[in-house]
Design a protein around this ligand. Structure first.
Ligand SMILES: [Zn+2]
Length: 151
């Protein structure tokens, strides 16, 4: 049973960490990283949940409470993901002043706080996930196995 409890404890601390960072994030690339982390955390949670159910079945243990906690942790992560995604879409419609860091509506030409001319935000920057310590389990792309056909 120790293993199952570990999984739940880890779930809780992970949620706390993400919650803390989400509160003070102001820049969109960090938000994107956050969303990516939340997504991978959710995947991990699902995996743990499956393992719990499996172990419980195997060992004839009642894991109902642990499963409930894990489900609650997943719900919590989804809520955070929603919040992060909302922030991302809100920020897409804003221009951050490079002079003072104030948020201005995208339509504004000058900062409402310091009066500095606002630069057009770069349109749709590509998703750059640098410095993300998440091991992605990307499926290996299937090798091209096109065999030359003899006519
Ligand atoms: Zn400003």
């Amino acid at each position: 049973m120790g293993l199952l409890e570990d999984v739940v404890v880890n779930a809780k601390s992970a949620v706390n960490v993400v919650g803390k960072t989400a509160g003070k994030i102001v820049d969109i690339s960090k938000l994107r990283i956050s969303a990516g982390e939340l997504n991978s955390e959710i995947s991990k949670r699902y995996e743990s949940l499956g393992r719990m159910v499996y172990d419980a079945q195997k060992t004839d243990n009642d894991a109902t409470d642990l499963i409930k906690e894990c489900v609650a942790a997943i719900d919590d992560l989804y809520e955070q993901l929603d919040a992060v995604n909302e922030q991302i879409s809100a920020m897409r419609n804003r221009t951050i002043c490079k002079g003072c860091g104030a948020e201005n509506p995208q339509s504004a030409n000058y900062c409402s706080k310091c009066g500095k001319k606002l630069e057009e935000p770069a349109p749709e920057e590509p998703e750059v996930y640098d410095a993300v310590p998440v091991q992605e389990q990307e499926p290996q792309p299937e090798a091209e196995t096109e065999e030359p056909k003899d006519e």
